[in-house]
Design a protein around this ligand. Structure first.
Ligand code: FES
Length: 133
């Protein structure tokens, strides 16, 4: 598995995509493979952020089972995100629940790296592309 440096968009005059908001508490360069980070949207919503196979991902930072912060969990090399309280697992890029006790998928956001900053936008399309363009 190669989980190298995430792709970034823009060097100079790139702009954030329409509808995307700046993510506080983390920059693109700080995100390392197999690590999870807590970051905050301007409205105060906390997100769990990471990178997998060169693509950033972001999901709401609570487990749908009992609302434990996913940013305190584990990201595996296969892209599975595990909640460390009761062991639920999710696909980090799509947010799909893979193992209980959680029964709901995660709320996913698209992530864009622009000039070293991370921007997020609520993900709507089913994930194939998932993130940094
Ligand atoms: S709170 Fe995440 S598995 Fe229970």
């Amino acid at each position: 598995m190669s989980d190298g440096a995430p792709a970034s968009v823009g060097s100079g005059d790139a702009a954030a995509p329409e509808g995307a908001v700046l993510l506080g508490g983390i920059t693109a360069d700080e995100v390392q493979p197999l690590q999870l980070y807590r970051a905050t949207m301007p409205n105060g919503t906390a997100l769990c952020v990471g990178v997998h196979e060169g693509r950033f991902f972001a999901v709401k930072d609570y487990c749908p089972h009992a609302e434990f912060p996913l940013s305190e969990g584990t990201l595996y090399a296969n892209g599975e995100l595990e909640c460390c309280w009761h062991g639920a697992r999710f696909a980090c890029a799509s947010g799909k629940v893979l193992r209980g006790p959680a029964e709901s998928d995660l709320v996913r956001f698209e992530v864009f790296a622009v000039n070293g900053d991370l921007y997020v936008r609520r993900g709507t399309a089913p994930l194939q592309s998932g993130g940094a363009a």
